[in-house]
Design a protein. Sequence first.
Length: 236
Amino acid sequence: MEATEIRKLAALEDTHWWYRERRVLLRRALRRLAAVGTRPGRALDIGAAGGGNTRVLRAHGWRPVALEYSAEGAGVARERGLDVIRADARHLPVPSAGLGLVVAFDILEHVDEDHLAAAEIRRVLRPGGTALIAVPADMRLWSAHDVAVGHVRRYDRAGLRAVVEKAGLVIDELWSWNVLLRPVAAWRRRRSTGSDLDAPHPLVNLGLRTVVTAERHLPVRALPGVSLMLRAHRPA
């Protein structure tokens, strides 16, 4: 992702409906881990950009490190007081089997050799450690936005499952997200000429947030969405 897009993302992520709801999903995942007895430990947030997810990890008692490929992204995270390392997701500068949690939201789609990045996630997790992964869904939604933000692909369920399982991770849950707004996303993407990273009008932002929040309470996770999300673990 270009430096301008990273700065744009960092400026938006605290208020934008998309990023706010993604942090809610992360918080819910962390609470579920705590409910089954997972104690917070060392964590890695791959592709942290502005560090919004890293801050959620820290607030829940984890000891996270933000990992960024770009100097711009690492600089933004560092400005926000986070521990940061610069590295390629295919070559994580982290000891093997030392992390309890790896978060990789919207990362694999940027990597040509996504199987290498998935294998690195498996390597750095301790046995029983958890991976939380999110990717954009469905090549039918491919648009100028994907090109502008540096995507290599969008995923279907079978493709994401294959990459993760080939790496040696066991999938616990795989679901769709942003299902209700998929028709809106498809309409907009057909007309897009560049990145969709922008600040919507406050009323639009509130409306979109209300719709996507409703998904928490509706049985829509098996339907086609704009993103796929996955929880997996490294087997003992």
